[in-house]
Design a binder for this molecule. Structure first.
Ligand SMILES: *[C@@H]1O[C@H](CO)[C@@H](O)[C@H](O)[C@H]1NC(C)=O
Ligand SMILES: *[C@@H]1O[C@H](CO)[C@@H](O)[C@H](O)[C@H]1NC(C)=O
Length: 188
């Protein structure tokens, strides 16, 4: 009986873990991967989390400036400037990648799902890619066009389904193994 209860707990621990792993991704990109991704349209939003002064000295083309996103203690709520983009693919960059990493965790807390740390302009320029000046921060289409938000949501749900069926396969596998083990022990 006691063993059966422990078995029961173990099954639920496995199921909870599989579920948690399926939800959040922060992918670190090299400068070349960021460049290729932008070139192929792999991101819905490109966010610069440096200061307005740094942005003005040169930024990646079509970036949205969101300096507050990397500030310590940023509230766990959807940042207004990205409302509607929660299910979209968001790439972040700063000077070296450190602030982008902090900003990515803030977006995870705010309910965003697909995040890329694109590193910093230091790596970007060292790899020979250009910065632009004199253009305004871009308004991300997902913040103003519900059609774009809905496309992101549809894509994310398809991805979640894929992940959860993947997780369920693992869960079913470990459950079957535990049931076999439990029955064996009871029979002995
Ligand atoms: C991505 O980079 C951050 C620091 O910039 C690091 O803490 C994290 O482990 C890296 N993630 C992966 C999957 O390598
Ligand atoms: C920036 O956005 C404009 C308008 O969507 C587009 O025409 C242009 O190709 C983009 N620039 C880069 C470098 O992606």
């Amino acid at each position: 009986m006691k063993f059966g209860f422990l078995l029961f707990l173990a099954i639920f621990a496995c199921a909870a873990q599989a579920h948690e792993e399926s939800t959040i991704e922060i992918t670190n990109l090299t400068a070349a991967e960021l460049f290729e991704g932008l070139d192929h349209g792999d991101f819905d939003v490109l966010v610069d989390v440096r200061s307005a002064e740094e942005y003005a000295t040169g930024h990646i083309a079509n970036a949205t400036l969101m300096a507050d996103l990397a500030v310590e203690g940023f509230p766990s709520a959807t940042p207004d400037d990205l409302a509607g983009c929660e299910n979209c693919r968001v790439a972040l960059y700063c000077r070296t990648g450190a602030r982008a990493a902090v900003a990515a965790t803030h977006l995870v807390e705010a309910g965003f799902h697909v995040l890329y740390n694109g590193g910093g302009v230091t790596q970007w320029t060292a790899a020979g890619y250009p910065l632009v000046t004199g253009t305004d921060s871009v308004v991300p289409p997902c913040t103003v066009d519900t059609t774009v938000s809905e496309q992101c949501t549809a894509a994310t749900h398809a991805e979640d389904d894929h992940h959860s069926s993947f997780g369920n396969t693992n869960w079913d596998g470990s459950r079957a193994a535990l049931v076999v083990l439990g029955v064996t022990v009871l029979l002995l």
